[in-house]
Design a protein around this ligand. Structure first.
Ligand SMILES: NC(=O)c1ccc[n+]([C@@H]2O[C@H](COP(=O)([O-])OP(=O)(O)OC[C@H]3O[C@@H](n4cnc5c(N)ncnc54)[C@H](OP(=O)(O)O)[C@@H]3O)[C@@H](O)[C@H]2O)c1
Length: 348
């Protein structure tokens, strides 16, 4: 397993993070014993970074994780959770107000059976709460010893940059990580979120790195999700996200690259992410322990650059304006410096 610094922080995390959205999920997940086996394989494979959220299986994911954490030394693991989604009927029990953040974090601590959360993440942006209020709420939790680091998830690039600017001005703890959808099929964050994160020293933690299983190659030859699979259960979400001709062709190319390298398609798709130093970790989800065992190999395996480039080129991302303008006009006129500024995300 290789480890990367979480953004500009001094925290070293395994570049594979274990996602726990499956824990306690009755339709496409696993029970306590299945989850325990998954965590065991992950930790024995060198993983130290585990991601959950209060919203996963209505709190059951955190409760199951608490049971499993009893088997390990707490200080050797980096536990990340999130808050934002409604947790009760009260109108206040949602979003990123100070009231909800503090209550949600306290409830997560209780469910997780731990004294502190290593990484607390805002699960989504809240357009109605001033960002100063949300940042200050977590700053207080950090100073109270209940949280170590702050991250966000599903935020726009400008929101991340603005929040970290405000945090710097006010002396609050900034975001050190962002958790976003990123995989070979969906590269939207390359337009704006990834550049914003790099400029702010925010490490990217990629969710659905296998396009919820599609990049394992197991849905080849199907033109829509089959009943009974993860994709089948979540068809209303994944169909729009992943089921289009270019994506299905790309999966064929991933399978061909894997055959050439003597790897599996999942290992190739995961390793593709690590070719970008703005990425800190990929969050692998699993229903069965064999999937973790297979995916763990990507913690060590680096994809040859030419194969990475070939796969990237298969589905060119239209960056659009203003990148078009900058490519035409901006870079050539500003390119006279001795060297480009070094990357602000701390490199492994
Ligand atoms: N912040 C957010 O908004 C957000 C959103 C989504 C997820 N997440 C986080 O990201 C984690 C991962 O998301 P994800 O589950 O969508 O990730 P993913 O890695 O793209 O998909 C995982 C699913 O793919 C299948 N799979 C995994 N390895 C496989 C293999 N080697 N061969 C065949 N199938 C395999 C399994 O489903 P089946 O066996 O059922 O096919 C597994 O549940 C979550 O657990 C959660 O922590 C965060």
């Amino acid at each position: 397993m290789k480890y990367r610094y979480l953004g500009r922080s001094g925290l070293l995390v395994s570049r594979l993070c274990l996602g726990t959205m499956t824990f306690g999920n009755k339709d496409w997940g696993c029970d306590l014993e299945g989850s325990r086996a998954i965590v065991k394989a992950f930790v024995e494979g060198g993983g130290n970074f585990i991601d959950t959220a209060d919203a996963y299986s209505a709190g059951e994911s955190e409760r199951i994780l608490a049971e499993i954490l009893k088997d390990y030394r707490r200080d050797e693991l980096v536990i990340a959770t999130k808050g934002f989604f409604p947790q009760a009927d009260a109108v206040t029990a949602r979003g990123l107000s100070r009231k909800h953040i503090v209550e949600a974090a306290e409830a997560s601590l209780k469910r997780l059976g731990t004294d502190y959360i290593d990484l607390y993440q805002f699960h989504g942006p809240d357009p109605f709460t001033p960002v100063e209020e949300s940042l200050r709420a977590v700053d207080d939790l950090i100073r109270a010893g209940k949280v170590r680091y702050l991250g966000c998830s599903n935020w726009y690039g400008w929101q991340i940059a603005r929040a970290n600017g405000i945090a710097a001005l006010k002396g609050y703890e900034p975001f050190v990580s962002a958790q976003h959808l990123y995989n070979l099929v969906r590269r939207d964050i390359e337009r704006d979120v990834l550049p914003a994160c790099a400029a702010e020293g925010v490490g990217m933690i990629c969710w659905s790195p296998l396009a919820a299983g599609m990049l394992s190659g197991k849905y080849r030859g199907q033109n829509r999700p089959a009943e009974g699979t993860r994709h089948g259960h979540q068809a209303s979400i994944v169909e729009n996200r992943y089921w289009f001709d270019e994506a299905l062709k790309l999966v064929d190319a991933v399978v061909a690259a894997a055959d050439k390298l003597g790897k599996t398609p999942s290992q190739v798709a995961l390793s593709w992410l690590f070719g970008d130093n703005r990425v800190t970790a990929a969050i692998i989800g699993a229903r069965r322990v064999e999937q973790v065992a297979e995916n763990l190999e990507a913690g060590e395996f680096d994809l040859p650059a030419e194969i990475r480039d070939e796969l990237t080129a298969l589905m060119p991302l239209k960056l659009g304006y203003p990148q078009e303008w900058t490519a035409l006009n901006g870079t050539p006129s500003l390119d006279k410096g001795e060297a480009h500024p070094p990357h602000t995300v701390r490199m492994p």
